[in-house]
Design a protein around this ligand. Structure first.
Ligand SMILES: [Zn+2]
Length: 426
């Protein structure tokens, strides 16, 4: 039995009202295959449809032939060729007909855009372009279309908990190099809901507006850092939700304080040519890890350091004795603990630790909300999603613009729905 290419095409991509008319192979001078052109035509007697209302409408005229890139067949660049008709729709006037494989102005078929977009999750955009003999720009536009489709079709139902955070990307510390991200952190669904440039009140207001009033008013938990602009907006717009300052962020602040102390002290000891400087050498990561997770030789070094009179040692001990805070079940005991710890830290005369203590006191209520929300929100969700974002922003995807990166973030972390008709291709 011989199989015609048209039979295969009809099996994978059938467009009611259209037929595959002709399939031609163009070659290079030396005879190597260059591209395949698949010409489509309207099916006899089937009326064109208005591209806006999808209702059949009388024909008006025909436009010149256009080409749409299709999924490469046998590794050969393949095009759909078709001269679209214009129709006279009673409602919309003279408009172009509905072309089911076309996703708008782009010269790429929907099947190819979906195909490329799915591969662009597994490979970098550049690798995807190379593997399928297309351009980086084509990959970008395909992913963009895919993401736009997904965002337009996603459902924001049962969003009970969100995490709001700021992420730095790129090299510079300009305001534009910070992103505000909103995650859904419910047990049943963790995903990126929104990302926007900068970390101001206006940014977060824009993000919450994009989610819609219904979602914002339905929130039960909001998790964030102690960043003032976010605190303000969350209090003003999602007042009904329990606002939680989460473990991940507070640990980060403690770690930053310990690190500041270590750096300053290392500088002082070196300047004084003190033998003690050696104790702090290569200790950065050991000091920043949770003490209970440090093992072996590193643990012995930490123990020796803790026994010393160094300021870094005292700061580290303060950080470590804060850890049991998270294990409390009783709100009252947690409050006592917090008051006791901040009192110690304030008396420590270590400026970075005192700053953390002041911050924790100022936000005590929101921190204690953690215990009210216990068991309802996951402590690792925001941290986990942040790490995934970093993988995307750092991996050499070669994003040339902020918009391209934003598209990539939704693509990899948004859990967006996908157009179904083209699943057959990957
Ligand atoms: Zn119409």
């Amino acid at each position: 039995m011989q199989l015609q290419v048209k039979t295969i095409l009809n099996a994978i991509q059938h467009f009611p009202g259209f037929v595959f008319q002709d399939i031609g192979l163009r070659r290079y001078r030396d005879g190597r295959p260059r591209e395949i052109e698949i010409t489509l035509e309207p099916h006899n007697g089937i009326c064109a449809k208005c591209s806006r209302c999808l209702q059949p409408a009388p024909g008006y005229d025909q436009l010149p032939q256009r080409r749409w890139l299709f999924v490469p067949l046998w590794g050969i660049v393949t095009w759909f060729v078709y001269a679209a008709r214009r129709v006279q729709c009673p409602e919309h006037g003279v408009v172009i007909e509905h072309v089911p494989w076309s996703g708008g102005k782009r010269p790429v078929s929907i099947a190819m855009m979906c195909f490329v977009a799915r591969w662009a999750r597994r490979l970098s955009w550049r690798e995807t372009a190379r593997a399928f003999q297309t351009s980086w720009e084509c990959v970008y536009r395909s992913v963009e279309w895919f993401v736009e489709w997904g965002l337009a079709h996603r459902k924001l139902e049962n969003v009970e908990s969100i995490g709001v955070d700021e992420i730095h990307w790129g090299k510079s510390k300009r305001a534009d190099n910070f992103l505000t991200v909103i995650y859904q952190i419910d047990g049943h669904c963790r995903r990126l809901l929104w990302v926007g440039k900068r970390r101001t009140q206006a940014t977060l207001r824009r993000g919450l507006a994009a989610l819609g009033q219904e979602v914002v008013h339905g929130l039960r938990f909001v998790c964030s850092d102690m960043w003032r602009p976010y605190l303000n907006v969350i209090a003003a717009q999602a007042g009904q939700a329990l606002h939680v300052l989460d473990r991940f962020h507070i640990t980060t602040h403690l770690n930053q304080a310990v690190d500041q102390v270590r750096r300053a002290e290392t500088g002082r000891l070196r300047a004084a040519a003190s033998a003690q400087a050696a104790r702090l050498k290569d200790m950065r990561w050991k000091l920043l890890r949770r003490g209970s997770r440090v093992r072996g030789k590193a643990k012995a070094q930490l123990r020796a350091l803790a026994g010393s009179k160094l300021v870094t040692a005292r700061a580290w001990i303060l950080k470590e004795i804060f850890q049991p805070f998270w294990n409390y079940r009783s709100l009252t005991w947690a409050r006592y603990f917090l008051e006791d710890w901040t009192w110690r830290a304030l008396r420590s005369r270590i400026e970075p630790m005192r700053r953390v203590a002041h911050m924790l006191r100022a936000h005590q209520k929101l921190i204690l909300n953690w215990f009210r929300a216990k068991g309802e929100i996951s402590s690792g969700a925001v941290e986990g999603l942040n790490n995934k974002i970093r993988v995307v922003t750092r991996r050499s995807y070669g994003f040339r613009t902020y918009d391209a990166m934003e598209t990539a973030l939704y693509h990899t972390l948004g859990r967006l729905p996908e157009p179904e008709s083209t699943h057959k291709f990957c």
